[in-house]
Design a binder for this molecule. Structure first.
Ligand SMILES: [Zn+2]
Length: 574
């Protein structure tokens, strides 16, 4: 145990020479002084092998780790007070949100933009988004999924032919700038919306995406952070939201429970969790800045993703394509632009792992530029480097195994699990869409054995399903009823267990529109009660987290009793 010493030491003089802008912090530190101008500070320190990265990452917000073993991090006052107990020498750095004063546009006519070399004011951002819908009403809808702490809008542009109609198309999502001071992706994703809309009808690649995907793009996931300096500038942008919370540490974590950061779910987090629950995204990308790398699951633990080879392949496709269109040295962090998250540095509560583990959505984290706030004049270059990769990755949603799953007698679409034998684990399986029975299973090339399973039906296993990269393998399946008439929780649509199978820790998502008091029972196969709890489900409250603690693996019955209604479901603990 190291002795507690709330002192920040002066780093060696030679080190400071390299960072003329950095500020020397010395003597007895006064935390009040450090935070007198801002709710968050940016600093770096040398990685010390005595530090447990799993512990450290839950105290401060690690931004990146360099190969020379420096850790760059943010902290608010509460976090820094805790961190200072480690008595680590730190170097205070200029905040990335205040390095440059970027060129802002206070007025914009979308149709006349050619260079996209500006940052919009908040008002211009709103105007641009709604203008997309006005200009392309047949293929674009723009709406807010909720408000930030300070009441700014969390806007999405939804793009598809027959937009808004449920055609069972694969849902795809990009979101940018959930760290408010990582603004490159903000403008590039606005430009991507414009690119898809204005090239639809003339570009075959865009036609394919708009006609076969249900595309959701959110350019600004943390508007309070980005406009912390006021609505007319992104100068002074902060990483955290206006409650001083890092939104990319604020999600339920597969390993560390519902609140790995010990903070309440923020309004921005709740809006995205509700969005994920009410939709069925197949692939997504979460755009950041501060490094240049394609970062794929997992962030929270060392285990490789079941689809690690697929992830590496789509990551390589992204990076290798970028390298063709960019100068040497760009997008070469870690393994020449690709890494799994844990191999770089571990985080808990990130949205990437949340989407993968709890929603069977393959989400990666894009780090698009070393400079968090690029000069506006650099934005067109970064578009040129990256836009082909934006499109290629979207296309990957449609490759792999896909088809529809229906009842063999009635032809009704089924919610079924699609499980790749000797391959799937940690929530890598997928489910078909209830409305159409469509399913999408992107996977690396090979010969796969696939099992289709729905409650009340005999499971069906198909061997030798051949997949080629960048090709579609169509596989429609008709499941035969087992006559049990069994209707499980997943069928009711009201309650959903995720993940299932699980490790004894799972969530019950409620999608009803009224408040319900109920008893939740978990019962073992021999009828013994494993856990009983009373709970009030209500719209927008978020899921109920259940930890079965040290139960053994096997099948359990979940029973939800609400008045005269009883719902049952099976939980498989691995
Ligand atoms: Zn970030």
């Amino acid at each position: 145990m190291q002795q507690v010493r709330p002192i920040l030491c002066i780093l060696a003089f030679s080190l400071l020479l390299n960072f003329s802008q950095s500020q020397v912090v010395s003597g007895l530190s006064n935390t009040d002084e450090l935070f007198k101008d801002s709710g968050e500070i940016y600093f770096r320190f040398e990685n010390n092998s005595n530090l447990n990265p799993e512990v450290l990452t839950r105290i401060i917000s690690i931004d990146r780790k360099t190969d020379r073993n420096w850790i760059y991090a943010y902290a608010n006052k509460k976090e820094f007070t805790k961190f200072s107990e480690f008595k680590i020498d730190i170097e205070l750095l200029p905040h990335p949100g205040k390095l440059i004063k970027p060129k802002m546009a206070g007025k914009v006519n979308i149709k006349e933009i050619s260079d996209w070399d500006f940052y919009p004011t908040y008002e211009v951002y709103l105007d641009m988004m709604y203008q997309f819908q006005t200009d392309y009403p047949d293929i674009c809808q723009v709406f807010s999924i909720g408000q930030s702490v300070e009441g700014r809008e969390l806007l999405f542009a939804r793009i598809s032919d027959n937009v808004g109609q449920d055609e069972g198309e694969a849902q795809f999502m990009y979101t940018a700038t959930m760290h408010g001071d990582e603004t490159a992706g903000y403008v590039l994703s606005l430009r991507l919306i414009d690119y898809l809309l204005s090239n639809y009808g003339s570009d075959p690649k865009v036609n394919n995406l708009v006609e076969n995907l249900d595309i959701w793009i959110n350019p600004l996931a943390n508007p309070d952070g980005t406009y912390a300096g006021g609505n007319i500038t992104v100068y002074g942008a902060t990483r955290y939201n206006s409650n001083g919370v890092d939104l990319n540490r604020n999600y339920p974590d597969p390993e560390d429970g519902p609140h790995p950061d010990d903070e309440e779910w923020q309004p921005e987090t709740l809006a995205f969790m509700e969005l994920a629950e009410n939709n069925h995204f197949v692939l997504s990308g979460n755009w950041h800045g501060g490094a240049e790398v394609f970062n794929y699951p997992w962030d929270t633990w060392e285990l490789l993703a079941a689809d690690d080879d697929w992830w590496y392949y789509v990551g390589r496709e992204w990076a290798d394509t970028v390298h063709i269109y960019s100068p040497p040295g760009y997008f070469t962090d870690l393994d020449n632009g690709v890494t799994n998250g844990y191999a770089w540095y571990t985080i808990a509560g990130g949205r990437q792992d949340y989407m993968n583990y709890f929603h069977q959505c393959r989400e990666f984290t894009l780090e698009i530029s070393n400079m968090k706030i690029l000069r506006a004049s650099q934005l067109p270059d970064y578009w040129e480097y990256n836009y082909r990769s934006f499109l290629n990755y979207m296309e990957q949603t449609l490759f792999g195994i896909r088809g529809t799953i229906t009842d063999s007698a009635t032809g009704d679409p089924l919610v079924a699990e699609v499980f790749i034998e000797n391959h799937d684990n940690d929530s890598s399986w997928v489910y078909s869409y209830g409305s159409t029975g469509n399913y999408y299973r992107p996977i690396y090339e090979g010969n796969w054995t696939v099992t289709f399973d729905a409650p009340g039906y005999y499971e069906q296993t198909i061997e030798n399903v051949e997949v080629q990269n960048r090709q579609v393998t169509e596989l429609d399946v008709q499941l035969v009823s087992d006559g049990s008439g069994l209707h499980e929780i997943t069928d009711s649509g009201l309650y959903k267990i995720s993940p299932n199978p699980n490790n004894g820790k799972f969530y019950i998502n409620y999608s009803g529109n009224k408040r319900i008091n109920c008893t939740v029972d978990i019962i073992g196969l021999t009828g013994e009660s494993v856990k009983q709890t009373n709970y009030q489900f209500e719209p927008g409250k978020g899921p109920l987290y259940i930890n079965m603690n040290s139960c053994s693996g096997g099948v359990y019955l979940l029973k939800i009793t609400a008045g005269k209604m009883t719902f049952t479901g099976k939980i498989l603990v691995k």
